[in-house]
Design a protein. Structure first.
Lengths: 225, 705
């Protein structure tokens, strides 16, 4: 009897604890779940390099973005990854359609976080993606748009290394005849490097890409000198 | 205690049951969609599909929820599901979105070049990189099916039509003098640089009710909007030099261009058949102004001026000992200005004014022949979006055309007013089926006649990239001035077009086959042949004719690396009885078979684009006064292989193109026809001005940061 009472009391206690724990965890979970899911995706993003995996991670970011509704970062990453797929894809996806989607997602990020230097950097990437689809016919229009977005991104945050990095990459991949090449790109990579060395993302979820590639390319260019 | 914990865990289990949701996402044809996004709405839970279209994920949610599948380019699909543990299988079949871009495009009779639209046959850049065309819009059009290879005069000869039956239209307005002044046996270039246009539609028949006064074809050129950036250009050519500067402000751009040309040094190196006294020289300049008045409104102005001189000897066939001196001075002024704006959500308004004046002072031996042509026109177009992408468009235009001609002391002139109004609707019955129905009304004062021309075009999509097109329409044209002087009761000349085509366009390949029948009626025919040349002959509209044929076009950008080529073939069967013809006959500007192959290869290692164009045409009939059969003789076949190379480089930090081309590389001897002396005893072949021609140019673009 005693034993039973104790048991019964125990159950009540445990139930109470569970309910309490569940309530607290549900509350904490909301944010934890967001951070965990985002971190999980960011880790995948930093360790994979294929059009299909980028697409899948973009899907996952999009799911988070839609469920959260008021957070710009998952929209931003989804747009960033979709744009990257169009750079590296060789399976014949309709790149313009993918860029349309990236643009749509990025504009949602833009409306949640206006005048954000990071978002303008990805806008520049999308313009570059459009150019890559048909460079001969599009360089006039999208080359200009790329420059405009890079400038705007720099203006909004002069310490952001990414517009410098993107610009440097763009110069590097432009044929020498058109005023491009590694030599011309070097000072811009140097500038990006300087900014990366002083750059601390606002949180662990905030954009922090481009650092390793910048260092690698610099090593490559300077190694050849 | 152990029991308690177990119980506790089972309690959690009951309130948070786990459910596995899986399935497959495919297209309506059963093709798996890879990397489609499946998500439980308003949650993080979901998955991307695998290569076989399958997906699977686990959720702790429960109750009635919505499962959503999305894939780029496809309509999203939602499914209501009840989640209560266990596993659920949900398959999705997605259908392609037929967004605005995916609506079928009406293409009967027309070739479009644009960098804004998909599913076009050419890109604006194709026009400047085609060998043999030397960046002349009209030269490139001669490599498309439906056009004849005519080397002795300028103009587009389309599907059995004469050059007079083609009109050039810039920003909606007819261009009075699209070519430089005519010189005997030498085709004049087009006046307009292909670089100023963002879109070109070359219609070989069945075109919209928005355009009139052309029995055969319309070349519709749309000029560029704001110049993209501030830059300068220096052009050095074997035939002259030029410079340009473009200034760009936020909502405004202004560009100037000027050029001086003199063919004298060039002709000294490049020997000509033509007996030049003064090879052509002259100056020209143009201004392009653009101002954006709002997000959607723009004011455009284009104006050009050119003047040139040339002098040459022309053989006098009736007296071979004598040469006739041909001395020409010409002046041309052109201005085209327009304003367009979108009002509300669905009204588009355009108004434009254009003026041109062209003066030619010509002397042949001792005769002075002066012509002065001017055309002033204004146009208004209002378009309303009725639903989806369907439009209804109304418009009107009024032209005043003044022509004055003098032959020594004799003078004559025409002062003509032309009015036209039209209504047209372009309706998407479904995304796969579009119809364009239009009606055009015209009134021409000088002959005091009116006409009403119905136009129809239908497009039906039969596959993802393939469409079937049909067009039918009536086309009217005022007879040429020379017939109207003294015959003001002539009627409009008329053509009826029937066109049927099948077209396949993907990113990499284009195939098109088009059949047509064109019926000519009420063509001007000369009925009296006065002996005394001071008397006007009589003309009426008893002429007639037909043209039928098949045009085939194939373009492949994929099969060979860095190679883009296209092949055009035209079969033409045409006869007409008009002008001074005694009977129904094949005109001198028509041949049954025409073939052209355009080949371009990009060589990234040496940043050079190499291209060649091969043209072949069977012989054309010519008039031989000694042959009782009218047009009973034919020239030999025409062959030409032209080569061009563009080397992209950097000169003092400025993007530079070195362009080199050779026309008729193998020196095929071509004859376009023969000219006979009055008594028929002596004839002379009409041949190109030079067997081979070469051109060298250096074009430097100076950009500012």
């Amino acid at each position: 009897m005693n034993n039973f009472f104790f048991l019964n009391k125990g159950i009540v206690m445990i139930k109470f604890i569970i309910v309490l724990f569940a309530a607290v965890s549900l509350f904490a979970q909301d944010n934890d779940k967001y951070i965990t899911a985002m971190k999980d995706n960011l880790e995948k993003m930093n360790t994979s390099f294929s059009s299909a995996s980028f697409q899948q991670i973009a899907n996952s970011f999009e799911r988070i973005a839609k469920a959260e509704g008021d957070k710009w970062l998952p929209y931003y990453y989804a747009a960033y990854l979709l744009t990257l797929t169009t750079y590296i894809d060789s399976t014949g996806i309709d790149k313009d359609a993918v860029l349309d989607k990236a643009e749509e997602l990025l504009s949602l990020a833009d409306s949640l976080s206006p005048d954000n230097s990071e978002i303008y950097a990805v806008k520049a990437m999308i313009a570059q993606g459009r150019l890559i689809v048909d460079p001969q016919n599009r360089w006039m229009k999208y080359g200009q748009l790329f420059n405009n977005y890079i400038n705007k991104s720099k203006e909004l945050d002069p310490n952001n290394p990414r517009p410098d990095f993107l610009y440097a990459q763009n110069i590097m991949h432009t044929p020498e005849q058109f005023g491009g090449g590694k030599e011309k790109a070097l000072p811009h990579f140097k500038s990006a490097e300087g900014k990366y060395n002083n750059f601390k993302p606002e949180t662990e979820l905030h954009p922090d890409w481009g650092r390793e590639l910048t260092m690698e390319i610099l090593k490559d260019i300077e190694g050849n000198e | 205690m152990r029991f308690t914990l177990l119980l506790a865990f089972s309690l959690i289990g009951i309130s948070f049951p786990q459910t596995i949701i899986s399935g497959r996402v495919t297209t309506s044809n059963g093709k798996p969609l890879f990397a489609a996004n499946v998500v439980l709405k308003d949650t993080y839970d979901g998955a991307s599909t695998n290569e076989d279209g399958t997906y699977s994920f686990t959720t702790f949610e429960s109750g009635e929820m919505i499962l959503l599948a999305t894939y780029i380019g496809y309509k999203p699909e939602e499914r209501k599901i009840n989640i209560s543990g266990g596993s659920i299988t949900v398959d999705f079949v997605l259908t392609e979105t037929a967004g605005e871009l995916d609506q079928v495009v009406i293409s009967a009779g027309s070739f479009e070049a644009s960098d804004e639209k998909k599913s076009v046959i050419l890109k604006p850049l194709d026009i400047v990189t085609t060998a043999g065309a030397d960046a002349d819009v009209y030269g490139v059009l001669q490599t498309l099916p439906g056009t004849q290879t005519i080397g002795e005069t300028e103009g587009l000869f389309v599907r059995g039509g004469s050059a007079y039956e083609s009109k050039t239209i810039i920003d909606g307005m007819i261009v009075q003098n699209p070519y430089y002044s005519s010189v005997p046996d030498i085709p004049a270039r087009g006046r307009f640089s292909p670089f100023i246009f963002k879109g070109t539609i070359f219609s070989t028949g069945g075109y919209s009710a928005q355009y009139g006064q052309a029995l055969s074809s319309a070349l519709i050129l749309n000029s560029q909007d704001l110049a993209p950036r501030t830059m300068s250009a220096i052009n050095l050519m074997a035939v002259g030099l030029g410079g340009a500067h473009t200034q760009r402000w936020e909502n405004t751009s202004l560009a100037f261009e000027a050029a001086y040309y003199n063919l004298k040094p060039y002709f000294e190196v490049q020997k000509q058949r033509t007996d030049w006294i003064n090879p052509p020289y002259g100056v020209e300049g143009n201004i392009v102004f653009r101002h954006k008045t709002s997000q959607t409104g723009i004011i455009k102005l284009y104006s050009s001026y050119s003047t040139g001189s040339l002098m040459l000897n022309v053989d006098n066939l009736d007296n071979p000992a004598v040469k006739d001196k041909f001395d020409l001075n010409d002046y041309n002024f052109y201005v085209n200005t327009g304003y367009s704006e979108v009002f509300g959500d669905d009204w588009t308004f355009f108004t434009g004014v254009s003026f041109s004046k062209d003066i030619n002072d010509l002397s042949i031996s001792n005769d002075l022949i002066d012509t002065d042509e001017q055309r002033a026109q204004s146009k208004v177009t209002v378009s309303k979006n009725i639903y989806s992408n369907s439009f209804i468009t109304f418009g009107g235009e009024i032209h005043n055309i003044k022509t004055e001609e003098s032959f020594n002391q004799y003078k004559r002139g025409l002062d003509n007013t032309y009015f036209a109004g039209y209504a047209e609707s372009e309706i998407f019955i479904t995304n796969d089926f579009a119809a364009r129905l239009g009606l055009r009304f015209e009134k021409v004062n000088i002959i005091n006649k009116t006409n009403l021309a119905p136009r129809t075009a239908l497009a039906y999509r039969v596959g993802k990239n393939s469409t079937i097109n049909f067009a039918y329409g009536h086309f009217y044209q005022t007879p040429e001035d020379e017939f109207i002087y003294g015959n003001i009761d002539l009627k409009f000349e008329k053509a009826t077009h029937y066109i049927l085509n099948y077209q396949y366009i993907s990113e990499d390949y284009t195939f098109r086959i088009e059949g047509y029948y064109k019926d000519y009626d009420e063509l001007v025919k000369q009925i009296t042949f006065p002996e005394d040349f001071t008397e006007f002959p009589d003309y009426n509209n008893s002429g007639e004719g037909y043209a039928k044929g098949i045009d085939v076009f194939w373009r492949d950008k994929k099969t060979l690396e860095f190679v883009d080529y296209w092949i055009s073939y035209s079969y033409l069967d045409t006869k007409r009885d008009f002008r001074e013809y005694p009977t129904l006959a094949v005109p001198t500007f028509a041949t049954p078979h025409t073939l052209s192959i355009v080949f371009k290869k990009w060589m990234p290692d040496i940043t050079t684009s190499l291209g060649f164009t091969y043209s072949f045409a069977t012989g054309r009939p010519y008039y031989n006064p000694n042959n009782p059969v009218f047009h009973g003789d034919k020239t030999k076949n025409y062959n030409n292989l032209s080569l061009s190379a563009s080397y992209l480089t950097n000169l003092l930090g400025n993007f530079t193109v070195v362009y080199f081309s050779v026309n008729n590389l193998f020196g095929f001897s071509n004859v376009f026809g023969y000219r006979y002396s009055t008594d028929g005893s002596y004839r002379e072949a009409i041949e190109p001005a030079a067997l081979r021609t070469a051109f060298l140019g250096v074009f430097i673009s100076i950009e500012y940061e």
